[in-house]
Design a protein around this ligand. Structure first.
Ligand code: SAM
Length: 165
């Protein structure tokens, strides 16, 4: 069930610390058909609607070469999420699970990820399918789909010893 900002029965929230360390740079904005969390899909589908990823001017050159990838991993900031829940009740039925055992948008750092199919690129706009975020969601990063990358060589004994105490 989609939440706004309510606390459900048996849920538990944390007191958020004053200090926030990470300074993210929003590199663009995502345009989707969904303006309400009630309509937005829980996970994207490759046959879902075409959405636009608009890249902000300073970052356009960083798209160079991206057109060779059919599948991309998109990271975004679910800016309307509350961030303080430790225990959540996704079905609002009194059953709770820890935030880190869920893919809920409600988390201390509300980062969402989606694997999308690249449809086309025109200058600073990517058209993709497979998103599940609200219209106007800030974009954090785009990378080629991680399943296309394999380790260059199998690790050998001792490879991970340096710096490990
Ligand atoms: N696919 C991502 C993941 O697994 O990391 C996100 C999954 S999350 C279950 C998707 C839901 O987050 C949507 O159905 C919507 O209710 C909510 N959502 C999407 N964009 C949001 C935003 N910008 N702010 C707050 N909630 C958002």
């Amino acid at each position: 069930m989609v939440r706004e900002d309510e606390l459900r029965s048996a849920e538990k929230a944390a007191e958020l610390p004053d200090r926030r360390d990470a300074e993210l740079i929003f590199i663009g904005r995502i345009r989707t058909p969904w303006t309400s969390r009630l309509d937005c899909p829980r996970q994207g589908r490759q046959d879902g609607p075409e959405c636009r990823i608009e890249i902000f001017a300073p970052w356009c050159d960083a798209l160079q070469g991206i057109e060779v990838y059919e599948r991309l991993e998109v990271l975004y900031w679910m800016h309307l999420s509350r961030r303080d829940l430790l225990l959540q009740s996704p079905r609002d039925n009194g059953e709770v699970r820890g935030t880190f055992a869920l893919r809920s948008p409600v988390r201390p750092n509300p980062i969402g990820t989606a694997i999308v199919m690249l449809v086309s690129i025109e200058e600073a706009v990517l058209r993709v399918r497979g998103l599940d975020c609200l219209d106007g969601t800030p974009l954090i990063d785009i990378k080629p789909d991680r399943t296309l990358f394999v380790p260059i060589a199998a690790p050998t004994p001792g490879d991970f010893d340096v710096g490990m105490q």
